[in-house]
Write a protein that binds this ligand. Structure first.
Ligand SMILES: Cc1ncc(COP(=O)(O)O)c(C=O)c1O
Length: 439
């Protein structure tokens, strides 16, 4: 593409975007390296959100770029049904080795949304395979985000993502969300109050009978709803109740996976092991679409019965374990290991926390939340225009060389894990100035 012959903006219907507004004042990136993007008008922009919570090792990392190019030369595609290629097995081994002990079977998908659908289907089919086919109910949580497919929006709890799409899946119920502004405002790290909210699951068990419930799915840290960190003891309590009633616990770690909270997975950070983990994003450093579902051995084994020539799980995608994605995934995990990136968020957490919490007291800042290298700065909404104040902050940051993400009136930060302290300072300075400028 030459700059003199720019494509029309007309045909592309952009995802999760205010299309009409965008096309009046487009924002485009044309290059990326390390911690930075470059815009089509030549400006350098510091990446405060790892692209979209996915480029955990930073942009254009040589090992990953070379691995993708070499794989495209060697073998572009291999069918994943009744066939395979060596890198699929290698990557599954490597992912299982990073996952909490016991979650040692890995099913590959192409996105977080597909990982969620896959996990929900595994949960239902697992109970059926064990002779508990009456366990069909799925429990999500208010303000949860589990991608955009029908299962994910059914168990999800973001109203705008659900309301236009009819009755969704039947037999779904929700826990209350864990945000408690009155008791936990400006908490550093995990808030003190709210473990008892997990008891909502006991209430749903009493209402529906636990024998009808297949699985509970939650994000350990709810990202897309505005960074909600789990209250101390909450996930432990949820685990206990699931175990007591034979309900599978699914952690959706699409955002928290691959180092975001200071460990490979948030399950390890919080010391709570679910039965299934969904992941995507950081698995390939965002370079090639890929997701993964990590499953406990005995859940997998429940499927391995009947005649050996029969398919055990009628599910999969044309691009499951795509060779380019596997090559990118292996090189990504090498890069994480070489540079200690999966634990780097723990080293930087205190510095990052100090930075984001220094914004307390800036105009309209009503809460700040953080864990690992994730921060949420919540602004008071403008009368009658929810989301607009944060969006104006986003635009101001972009104009001044910083990419942030907004959801509602919360500004979210999740920089690449290679970030330096000076770049954390730059994020806080630019964001603070934007918040002060935007009325
Ligand atoms: C927790 C969680 N689950 C699922 C998804 C969906 O992932 P994808 O956009 O790759 O389908 C996301 C995306 O942000 C997410 O944060």
């Amino acid at each position: 593409m030459t700059t003199t012959n720019k494509p029309s903006l007309d045909a592309y219907w952009m995802p999760f975007t205010a299309n009409r507004q965008f096309k009046k004042a487009p924002r485009q990136f044309v290059r990326a390296s390390g911690m930075h993007y470059w815009t089509d008008d030549g400006r350098q922009v510091l990446d405060g959100v790892a692209g979209l919570w996915c480029v955990n090792a930073g942009h254009a990392r040589p090992k990953i770029v070379q691995a993708i190019a070499a794989q495209a030369q060697e073998m572009d595609y291999a069918p994943p049904f009744q066939m395979a290629h060596p890198k699929a097995f290698e990557l599954a081994e490597r992912v299982a080795a990073l996952a909490p002990a016991g979650l040692n079977k890995v099913f590959f998908t192409n996105s977080g949304s597909e990982s969620v659908e896959t996990a929900l289907k595994i949960a239902l089919a697992y109970h059926r395979a064990r002779g508990e086919g009456q366990r069909t109910r799925l429990i999500g949580r208010e303000r949860g985000y589990h991608g955009v497919n029908f299962g994910g929006i059914s168990v999800g709890g973001l109203v705008a993502n659900r309301k236009a799409f009819g009755p969704l899946l039947g037999g779904v119920d929700h826990l209350r969300h864990t945000h408690d502004a009155a008791r936990n405002v400006f908490s550093v790290g995990q808030p003190l109050h709210g473990a008892e909210l997990a008891d909502d699951l006991e209430r749903l068990c009493a209402l529906h009978d636990p024998s009808t419930i297949a699985a509970v799915i939650v994000e350990p840290v709810a990202g897309s709803t505005g960074v909600l960190v789990p209250p101390q003891g909450y996930l432990q309590r949820l685990r206990e109740i699931c175990t007591k009633h034979g309900i599978l616990l699914i952690f959706d770690e699409v955002i928290t996976g691959f180092g975001r909270t200071g460990n490979p997975f948030a399950a390890q950070t919080f010391g709570v092991t679910p039965d299934i983990i969904t992941a995507a994003k950081g698995l390939t450093n965002g370079c090639v679409p890929m997701g993964a579902v990590m499953v406990r051995q005995d859940i997998h084994d429940a499927f391995m019965q009947g005649p050996e020539h029969l398919i055990e799980f009628f599910h999969g995608y044309t691009y499951s374990a795509h060779p380019l994605a596997c090559a990118a995934g292996l090189a990504t995990l090498d890069t994480y290991a070489d540079e200690g990136l999966l634990t780097r968020a723990a080293e930087l957490e205190a510095y990052f926390a100090q930075g984001v919490h220094s914004l307390k007291g800036a105009p309209h800042v009503i809460d700040v939340r953080n864990i690992g290298l994730v921060g949420g700065i919540e602004l008071a909404s403008r009368e009658g225009a929810p989301g607009l104040r944060a969006f104006d902050v986003f635009l101001d940051c972009f104009a001044n060389g910083l990419l942030v993400r907004t959801t509602g009136d919360t500004v979210a930060l999740s920089p690449p894990l290679i970030i330096e302290r000076s770049q954390i300072d730059q994020i806080i300075e630019t964001l603070g100035a934007a918040i002060r400028r935007v009325a």
